[in-house]
Design a protein around this ligand. Structure first.
Ligand code: B12
Ligand code: SF4
Length: 495
């Protein structure tokens, strides 16, 4: 049923997700689709997605001129327009440009921003005593938005459905704006909006779904919105049934499970319970859709790991993304990597033995996958992606050890298995423990754009000559395919 007082009000959701310097529809589309589903559940339908969701148009760049043209036609016959921008830290520069353009060209449009880059932090001070402003304070204080949402989008749904776009009327957690004296007002983080069914994205034969936010580990460098939502087993089963009937049987079908650590140990894991249910009722066997997921690699430490591998293979998991991060126990402690041992969450940092065992486990998984090849059907094709990080706390020895490990992983590739090890610099994202801990070592910690400009490096020269050179080389070549030989050369040249 349409909501009273909102007629004439129109919502435009703008996707700031980028790849290689261009805004790409799809990158932040799950956020926008979720907000749209939340508005829909409250009966509000006048929502435009930019770029349009139709077919998702993955790979379609959106420049400011096109945004302006589309906004002109959308705003033409609306009484009032509210724009919601979704941005990560890395997309911030584009958001700033887009919101400035909107302020200039469409002064009556209200601008709200949200997404993983929009974070409220406890007050941070450099050792010099200078206060560092958080992203919410900077965005609002510098006039880049009329309101900001930290966490999930329920306060935005309230703004539209309960307050007809009146920013000063929203007082629920997660909603921030300036008061009359230019002071940021608001508290806490937003809840996940109520939706009728779990939102999912269809991209050709591929479907992405996210069934929970959060992870029982609390790694110091991780910036996910921990524990803010999780769907029931029944809702997950119903969404998966719908997806299975939609793409089951297609040649390139893939179900992308985008939960941060979907197979992590936790008291109640509705996703795993849902898969058990679908397996027991024969639906898994009937459709047998390949899946990909993110994994905390320490899940696989200990005697139970082989059983877990076999369970995942049986479930049809063909894509494995591991955040391996570091081969050094000292670096792991410095950046707050947390681990599980034998499936049990521990608050202790990783031990060197854990790291060795984890590498052995992933190598073991690779070998099992290669042997699982079916010579008659020639399927499935497996892919393991392993992410390592270079941090200010690394040295020549730890980085060369990372190279050796990358070499070992590389050598697993072949036949039906592709292994892609990657190495990226540590990002001190707003809201993380790592940022609070090492604030003095971060280049321009209160610049909204410095962190997002990954090609410029994120750390100050004070971290030390050699490691500074290595991190800057990695930053300059961010988003390129890097070879282990190239990286070894950079390390040898830097120290
Ligand atoms: C899946 C995923 C990807 C996929 C994206 C696939 C796709 N088609 O969307 C891939 C692998 C491509 C990817 C790439 C990257 N990702 Co990513 N990704 C994720 C992951 C695991 C889930 C994202 C998701 O779909 N969440 C579900 C939606 C519903 O949640 P949401 O996006 O947070 O949106 C909610 C709120 O934020 C808020 N909200 C969002 N937008 C808006 C807008 C308004 C107006 C309002 C009011 C509210 C609001 O409401 C939403 C619903 O409640 C998250 C971790 C996590 N668990 O969130 C990391 C995460 C978002 N990614 C991250 C990063 C850094 C990246 C990369 C930059 C990595 C890299 N260096 O290449 C790229 C860049 C992508 C980009 N430009 O967006 C970081 C962002 C950190 C930060 N501070 O910015 C995260 C948090 C991971 C992490 N732990 O650090 N990613
Ligand atoms: S295991 Fe991954 S998702 Fe979980 S807290 Fe650590 S980095 Fe974040």
């Amino acid at each position: 049923m349409p909501i009273r007082n909102t007629s004439g009000l129109r919502v435009v959701l703008v996707n700031c997700g980028q790849a290689a310097g261009k805004v790409i529809a799809g990158k932040r589309m799950m956020s926008l689709t979720t907000i749209k589903a939340g508005l829909h559940a409250r009966g509000f339908e006048d929502v435009h997605l930019l770029p349009e969701q139709e077919g998702l148009n993955f790979g379609l760049p959106v420049d400011l001129a096109r945004l302006q043209t589309e906004l002109h036609s959308i705003c033409r016959d609306a009484d009032q327009v509210v724009i919601g921008f979704s941005t990560t830290s890395e997309d911030m520069a584009w958001f700033l440009k887009a919101s400035s353009m909107v302020k200039k060209e469409f002064p009556d449009v209200k601008r709200v921003v949200g997404g993983p880059g929009v974070v409220r932090e406890e007050p941070l001070y450099l050792t010099s005593g200078r206060r560092i402003l958080d992203p919410v304070e900077q965005i609002l204080g510098r006039g880049f938005a009329d309101a900001a949402v930290w966490g999930d989008a329920a306060p935005f749904v309230e703004l539209i459905c309960d307050h007809a776009g009146d920013i000063s009327a929203v007082h629920s957690p997660g909603f921030y704006c300036l008061d009359g004296s230019e002071k940021v007002v608001g508290t806490g983080r937003g809840r996940y909006p109520s939706v009728e069914a779990i939102p999912y994205l269809v991209e050709g034969d591929r479907v992405s779904i996210i069934t929970s936010s959060g992870c029982p580990n609390s790694c110091g460098y991780c910036s996910i919105n921990k524990g803010s939502f999780g769907f029931s087993q029944a809702m997950i089963v119903s969404a998966l049934r719908e997806i299975y009937t939609k793409i089951g049987g297609r040649a390139n079908a893939l179900l992308k499970i985008d939960d941060s650590n979907p197979f992590a140990f936790s008291g109640q894991n509705s996703l795993q319970a849902a898969f058990n249910h679908l397996t027991a009722s024969g639906i898994e066997d009937q459709y047998n859709i390949p899946k990909s997921a993110f994994f905390d690699p320490t899940l696989f430490i200990g005697p139970g790991s082989i059983q877990l591998f076999l369970k995942l293979i049986k479930l049809g998991v063909v894509g494995y993304y591991f955040g391996f991060e570091t081969t050094s126990v000292k670096v792991a402690a410095k950046i707050g990597v947390k681990a599980k041992r034998n499936g049990i969450q521990v608050d202790l940092p990783l031990s060197q033995e854990d790291i060795r065992n984890t590498a052995a486990a992933i190598l073991g998984l690779g070998r099992i996958l290669r042997d699982n090849f079916d010579p008659i059907y020639g399927k499935p094709v497996y892919r393991i992606k392993i992410s390592l990080m270079a941090t200010p706390f690394d040295n020549r020895e730890t980085l060369l050890r990372a190279c050796d490990l990358i070499g070992l992983f590389d050598s697993l590739s072949g036949g039906v298995l592709t292994v892609i090890p990657t190495i990226t610099p540590l990002f001190p994202f707003p809201g993380t423990w790592v940022r609070r801990q090492y604030l003095d070592l971060i280049r321009e910690p209160d610049s909204l754009t410095a962190l997002g400009d990954i090609s410029q490096g994120m750390w100050k020269p004070e971290i030390g000559d050699g490691i500074f050179k290595v991190l800057n080389s990695l930053s300059e070549h961010a988003r390129e395919d890097l070879s282990v030989e190239w990286f070894r050369g950079v390390i040898e040249g830097a120290f």
